[in-house]
Design a binder for this molecule. Structure first.
Ligand code: GLA
Length: 399
C-alpha cells in the first residue's frame, strides 16, 4: 500500500513536468503577422509574398509586432522519387524566400494538411510528416498551419457515419494526426509555431495544448463581411478559459481592409479580435493599404490589449438585443472593456450600465476611449453617448 502511494505521488509530481514538455515555449502572446489566403487565395506567388514582406516593414507593421509572413495553401508541388515534396512553379525558391523574409527581421510561415491533399487539393503531408517537417526546418520555416481538410475522408473511411461510436474513432484519429506532426516538428529541433486548423471540431480548445498546439481555429472560415465577423464573435462565448500564454483560441485571420467593410466594421473586427487575445494575422492586400486601414491595424493601444502579457481572453459580461459588453483583465491590474452594437440601428447607450462590477472593474477607475484617443475619467454614473450600427466603444480602465 505504502509503495503504491509512493508511486502515485511520484507520478503526480511528474505530471506537471510531462505537461510542460508539450509546450515549445513559443507564442507567449498571440502570433501577429500576415497570411496570404484572405486576399490572394490560390493565386499567391513568391513575388507577392516578397512584396508583402517589404510592405510589412515599410508600413510600420513589423515594428508594431506583425512579424510572421505566412504562405497559405497552393505553394505545394509534387513529391520526387524519394518522397521529398517540391514547391510548384509559383514558388521557385522557398529557401531563398525564407532567407529574404528573415533578412527583413521577419519570420516565414507555411501551410499543410494531415491528409494526402490540402483543402485546395494540393499535396498534403500524410505518411510524409517527418520528411515535410525536416524540409520546413531546412528551408527555415518558423510557423506551420496544419489544416485537417484531406484527412476528413480518411476519418470517414476508417469509421463511416456520424454516430457516437464512429465519432470516437474519428476524433482519436484526428488527435493522433495532429500529435504526429507535433512530434515531427519537435524532432527537427527548430522552433516552429504550431497552428491547428480543424474549425473547432471535437472542442479542440480542450485538447489542443496536449498535441502541442500554440493556437487552434475555433470556427469555420471568416469572410470579409460583418455578419461573418459577428457570427464568429458570438461563437467565442465561453472559450476564454482555454486561452493562455503559448496556447490561443484562433477565431481565424483578419479581414481588416478586405471586402466592403466600413471603418466602424474594421475597427470592431480588430478590436474584437484584440479582446479575444486572437492571433492578429492581417489578410489584406498590402499594396493597397490606405491611411484609414493602416491606422486600424497599427493602433498601438488595441495591439497592446491583444498582446497583454497576462494572456486572459475576454468574456462576455452583458448582452441585450444587439448590444454586448465584453471584458478582459490586463497585466497592469486594469481592464479592457468593449461595448459593441452588432445591430443595424444607432443605439443610445445613455441608459446602459457598463456592468463594471461584473467586469471586475472598480467603479471610479479612470477610463480611456481607445478609438477616439480620449481620457474619459470615471464612468461610475454610466456612459453618455451612442453607437452607430456595427460600432465598438473600446475602453481601457486603469486599476
Ligand atoms: C481552409 C482553411 C482556410 C485556408 C484554406 C486553404 O478553408 O480554413 O483558412 O487555409 O483552407 O485551402
Amino acid at each position: 500500500m505504502r509503495r503504491l502511494l509512493a508511486c502515485t505521488l511520484a507520478l503526480a509530481t511528474l505530471a506537471p513536468f510531462a505537461a510542460a514538455q508539450k509546450s515549445n515555449g513559443l507564442a507567449l502572446t498571440p502570433p501577429m503577422g500576415w497570411n496570404s489566403w484572405n486576399w490572394f487565395a490560390g493565386k499567391v506567388t513568391q513575388d507577392d509574398v516578397k512584396k508583402a514582406a517589404d510592405l510589412i516593414v515599410s508600413s510600420g507593421m513589423r515594428d508594431a509586432g506583425y512579424v510572421y509572413v505566412n504562405i497559405d495553401d497552393t505553394w505545394e508541388g509534387k513529391r520526387d522519387a524519394s518522397g521529398v515534396l517540391q514547391t510548384n512553379e509559383k514558388f521557385p525558391d522557398m529557401k531563398g524566400l525564407a532567407d529574404y523574409v528573415h533578412s527583413k527581421g521577419l519570420k516565414l510561415g507555411i501551410y499543410s494538411s494531415p491528409g494526402d491533399q490540402t483543402c485546395a487539393r494540393f499535396e498534403g503531408s500524410l505518411h510524409h510528416e517527418q520528411q515535410d517537417a525536416d524540409l520546413y526546418a531546412k528551408w527555415g520555416i518558423d510557423y506551420l498551419k496544419y489544416d485537417l481538410c484531406g484527412f476528413r475522408k480518411d476519418m470517414q473511411t476508417a469509421a463511416p457515419g456520424d454516430d457516437a461510436a464512429a465519432k470516437t474513432v474519428q476524433d482519436k484519429m484526428m488527435r493522433n494526426a495532429y500529435e504526429t506532426m507535433h512530434q515531427a516538428l519537435l524532432k527537427t529541433g527548430r522552433p516552429i509555431v504550431y497552428s491547428l486548423c480543424q474549425y473547432g471540431f471535437d472542442s479542440v480548445w480542450q485538447w489542443g495544448p496536449e498535441v502541442g498546439a500554440n493556437l487552434w481555429r475555433t470556427t469555420g472560415d471568416v469572410s470579409a463581411n460583418f455578419p461573418s465577423i459577428a457570427l464568429i464573435a458570438e461563437t467565442q462565448v465561453g472559450l476564454a478559459k482555454y486561452a493562455a500564454p503559448g496556447h490561443w483560441n484562433d477565431p481565424d485571420m483578419l479581414e481588416v481592409g478586405n471586402g466592403k467593410l466600413t471603418l466602424d466594421e474594421n475597427r470592431t473586427h480588430m478590436g474584437m479580435w484584440a479582446m479575444l487575445a486572437a492571433p492578429l494575422l492581417a489578410g489584406n492586400n498590402l499594396t493597397q493599404l490606405t491611411p484609414e486601414i493602416t491606422a486600424v491595424l497599427l493602433n498601438k493601444e488595441v495591439i497592446a490589449i491583444d498582446q497583454d502579457a497576462l494572456g486572459k481572453q475576454a468574456d462576455r459580461v452583458y448582452k441585450e438585443g444587439p448590444v454586448e459588453i465584453w471584458s478582459r483583465p490586463l497585466a497592469d491590474g486594469g481592464h479592457a472593456l468593449a461595448v459593441i452594437n452588432f445591430g443595424e440601428d444607432f443605439t443610445f447607450l445613455r441608459g446602459i450600465d457598463l456592468h463594471l462590477k461584473e467586469a471586475g472593474i472598480r467603479g471610479n477607475a479612470p477610463a480611456h476611449d481607445i478609438w477616439s484617443a480620449k481620457d474619459l475619467g470615471s464612468l461610475q454614473t454610466g456612459y453618455k453617448g451612442g453607437l452607430k450600427r456595427h460600432e465598438m466603444l473600446l475602453l481601457r480602465f486603469g486599476k
